[in-house]
Design a protein around this ligand. Structure first.
Ligand SMILES: NC(=O)c1ccc[n+]([C@@H]2O[C@H](COP(=O)([O-])OP(=O)(O)OC[C@H]3O[C@@H](n4cnc5c(N)ncnc54)[C@H](O)[C@@H]3O)[C@@H](O)[C@H]2O)c1
Length: 255
């Protein structure tokens, strides 16, 4: 399988290094708007090739990973899907744009390819997706961070926001990928509640997903270590992208 990676930053590098060790991966095409980032990553992997441009990356790859930015999702997704290639999107927040999401889903259906959205820095997305089929009455995402993460000096727990996910991502754009992921898996960004909390007791970024529905009740919590390559990214986000790659390759699918 030939892999294409758009974005050679923290997540793109983690995926490339992982894929480089997999027998099923033949070649890894790299593309970044910053040439230095492409060169740096290409120098660290055995199977890496720098794509001449985005068109070459798309043409040569079987699966394309977007690990760049929301801007990149707008720029390249349609091209990838029109070429009939599967696409993994890390900058999930872009898909809260209903017009973009529906347009991309329509192209993927027409071209018989898939758009994969990794669970990112969250746990419990598998449960939310399954529970949605039987009917979900409530989904809440509670994100708790140390005050410094918000540039604050709180000495006690402060709820900074409580309301719909669609509004939360405008006020706290750094929360956009997790809010988008839980919303898209469940009941959408107007019905999903988001709570954002500054807590001096918190040592790490903590996400809690709570859901009620016909299935029963769900509570999934994760405390994330930062990605050593980019402290703003959780390491679990990279691991979830690697898990999607395994899912694409492996004959046995779990969950
Ligand atoms: N789904 C999740 O839970 C989750 C978690 C963390 C990060 N993310 C998202 O994944 C993306 C990558 O994160 P990262 O930590 O690797 O970031 P990063 O800043 O370490 O790397 C991004 C790389 O992409 C390149 N890039 C950006 N826009 C581009 C464009 N339009 N065309 C080509 N190259 C472009 C940059 O030059 C940079 O090298 C971000 O959008 C981030 O928000 C998602």
């Amino acid at each position: 399988m030939i892999l294409g990676i758009i974005g050679c930053g923290a997540i793109g590098s983690d995926i490339a290094l992982f894929a480089d060790e997999l027998d099923d991966i033949e070649t890894i095409y790299l593309y970044d708007k910053v040439k230095e980032a492409e060169n740096r990553l290409a120098g660290r992997i055995k199977k890496g090739r720098i794509a001449r441009d985005i068109d070459e990356l798309i043409e040569r790859s079987d699966v394309v990973f977007e690990c760049a930015s929301q801007e990149a999702v707008y720029q390249y997704s349609e091209k990838v899907l029109r070429a009939g290639k599967d696409l993994v999107i890390m900058s999930v927040g872009a898909l809260l744009d209903d017009e973009l999401r529906e347009r991309l889903a329509g192209i993927a259906k027409e071209k018989r390819c898939k758009i994969y959205l990794p669970s990112g820095a969250l746990c419990g997305i598998d449960g939310i997706s399954a529970a949605r089929i039987g009917g979900l009455s409530e989904v809440t995402l509670v994100t708790t961070k140390p005050p410094e993460s918000f540039g604050r000096k709180d000495e006690e727990r402060v709820v900074l926001y409580h309301g719909p996910a669609r509004e939360a991502v405008k006020l706290f754009p750094q929360n956009i990928n997790v809010a988008a992921c839980v919303s898209l898996a469940g009941i959408g960004s107007d019905k999903t509640e988001v709570k954002i909390v500054s807590d001096p007791v918190a040592a790490r970024i903590h996400h809690k997903v709570l859901a009620h529905g016909r299935f029963g009740r769900l509570r999934a919590e994760v405390e994330n270590m930062p990605n050593p390559k980019n402290p703003k990214s959780s390491y679990l986000a990279s691991l979830s992208a690697m898990a999607i790659l395994k899912r694409i390759i492996d004959p046995i699918q779990i969950g």
